[in-house]
Design a protein around this ligand. Structure first.
Ligand SMILES: Nc1ncnc2c1ncn2[C@@H]1O[C@H](COP(=O)(O)OP(=O)(O)OP(=O)(O)O)[C@@H](O)[C@H]1O
Ligand SMILES: [Mg+2]
Length: 314
């Protein structure tokens, strides 16, 4: 068995540009990254940071300028590796005259599944992604979120060991996002390796064993999300009981919202840490319902990294 499920070695991609811009665009710059079997890796970065380019190189839909991409110990594009991987493209496009069921049976056939096996697998997978009743409806009549779900089912049709998902949550409503998160979690439970891209930090929280953060074609950090230096910007404190008027006395009025069931949501700024206000609140007979740190968003983190990179050397 290969030591790494996915291995990128100094992977670099320049896109040629048109006549008026003779200088090629460097979409990916010397990216090296190893993903172990069974990991769920969140490949995070803002728009244009090179996520889709990386996935296309891994699928060998495009070729690198230099460097290597390997899957299960074999070079990208290798037939044996392709049989063992699944891929959800960024903008999945299907033959929209087919039904979801027909599409999956068709893809199953491409992987050499016998028709009866393909039909059973199609039905199981469509249930799994929440396309039950609509499986015999033509894809033309599917919503974006439904197509996204069919795309995920399609990526699993060959029971892959390694699953690549390019922005699997895009176009999904909150329920769809939660379902997709749970699905990725179950893939992890089954021991599959998952490599998914996103530009939204919360997609990666509580889901990834590790994240890799891309900025402008470069890998700027990898690690467990909890270990990366996301700055705490403040806290959200929810309390109940007590008198709202007493909060004004603590100078918290401006940052408090009272919600319907007698709860007060207090947005504590960074310079007002909870341990300063909790004793006071307790004295005024407020009870703490919850306390959550507010971290900077992935976008803020990127901005900070980008800004720090642009600072002139001391
Ligand atoms: N076919 C192409 N020709 C020229 N430049 C391209 C091509 N595809 C991508 N690029 C450029 O390469 C860079 C990386 O693009 P890529 O699509 O990989 O980003 P991404 O991280 O997937 O972004 P998004 O979050 O918007 O999907 C961008 O600057 C983009 O403009
Ligand atoms: Mg993309």
């Amino acid at each position: 068995m290969a030591r790494y499920a996915i291995r990128l070695t100094e992977l670099t991609k320049d896109y040629p540009t048109g006549f008026w811009r003779p200088r090629p665009v460097r979409a990916l710059d010397q990216v090296s990254l190893d993903v172990e079997p069974g990991e769920v890796l969140g490949y995070l970065g803002p728009n244009g940071s090179g996520k889709t380019t990386t996935l296309k190189l891994l699928m060998q839909l495009i070729y690198p300028t230099s460097g290597r991409a390997e899957i299960l110990g074999r070079p990208a594009g290798d037939i044996e590796a392709k049989r063992r991987l699944g891929y959800l493209p960024e903008l999945p496009y299907f033959y929209d005259n087919l039904t979801a069921e027909e599409l999956l049976v068709y893809f199953g056939g491409l992987f050499g599944l016998a028709p009866a096996v393909a039909r059973t697998r199609a039905s199981t997978l469509l249930d799994r992604v929440g396309i039950g009743a609509e499986r015999r409806r033509r894809l033309r009549r599917y919503s974006k979120g439904m197509l996204q779900r069919v795309g995920i089912a399609q990526a699993l049709v060959n029971d892959p060991e390694v699953v690549f998902l390019d922005e699997p949550m895009s176009g999904l409503d909150p329920v769809g996002r939660r379902d997709t998160r749970e699905l990725i979690q179950s893939l992890r439970g089954e021991g599959r390796t998952v490599f998914f891209s996103s530009h939204i930090l919360s997609d990666a929280e509580a889901l990834c064993t590790r994240v890799a953060i891309m900025v402008k074609g470069r890998l700027v950090s990898t690690g467990r999300l909890a270990d990366l230096a996301f700055e705490v910007q403040g806290w959200e404190l929810v309390v109940s009981g007590g008198e709202r008027g007493d909060l004004a006395g603590l100078g918290l009025d401006a940052v408090t919202t009272t919600v319907s069931d007698g709860r007060h949501v207090i947005e504590l700024p960074f310079d007002r840490p909870p341990d300063q206000v909790l004793p006071e609140l307790s004295r005024l007979r407020f009870q703490v319902v919850s306390l959550t740190p507010r971290h900077e968003s992935l976008e803020d983190y990127f901005m900070r990294l980008v800004a720090s990179r642009q600072e002139p050397a001391a």
